[in-house]
Design a protein around this ligand. Structure first.
Ligand code: PNS
Length: 162
């Protein structure tokens, strides 16, 4: 059984993430979407809320998909769960530079775990969770960037903070 992992912050899940999930789940027998607990970034959604959002938005493709959180080093989580490859999406040269370092570090720490990069689709290359949070913070229209469920959750989050 070949298990892949798609790790990230997913704060929040975007159409770019969803596309990578749909494509990555065909690469192995099972895909684990893993929300990092120890991200240094200031989060809009709590980790449990992000898991709930991803689970809800992936409910039609859940037969070989798990959504979990992880703490600590990604490669340690991979070793503990028999994960053989890491999937990351790339949108730009800037992403590439960062991803290249991360893949190299992970390979140094765990040489048997491969990193696989999937290029973002043309229609998604500019979508980022950071921009979604910023636009939503100014009450802008994010409906073409994230699933409707995420729009609803962000609106609830923002109005409860105001
Ligand atoms: O969506 P992001 O924020 O770009 O995801 C980055 C993430 C969470 C995949 C990365 O920061 C990570 O793997 N964190 C876990 C800690 C770790 O293993 N760090 C060493 C590799 S850089």
């Amino acid at each position: 059984m070949r298990i892949g992992i798609y790790p990230g912050s997913f704060d929040p899940l975007t159409y770019g993430h969803l596309d990578i999930i749909e494509r990555a789940r065909t690469l192995g027998d099972k895909l684990i979407v893993a929300v990092a607990k120890n991200s240094a970034k200031k989060a809009l959604f709590a980790v449990d809320e992000r898991i709930d959002i991803i689970t809800n938005c992936c409910k039609d493709i859940n037969n070989n998909l798990d959504v979990v959180s992880f703490n600590g080093l990604l490669v340690d989580f991979c070793k503990e769960n028999d994960i053989s490859f890491i999937v990351r999406g790339i949108r730009s040269v800037t992403d590439f530079e960062y991803e290249k370092s991360m893949a190299s570090i992970n390979r140094r720490l765990a040489p048997k775990i491969e990193t696989i990069f999937l290029m973002a689709r043309d229609e998604n290359y500019f979508i980022s969770s950071n921009l979604v949070r910023e636009i939503a913070g100014y009450h802008g229209d994010i409906s073409s960037l994230v699933p409707q469920f995420v729009v609803k959750k962000i609106q609830e989050k923002i109005s409860s903070a105001e």
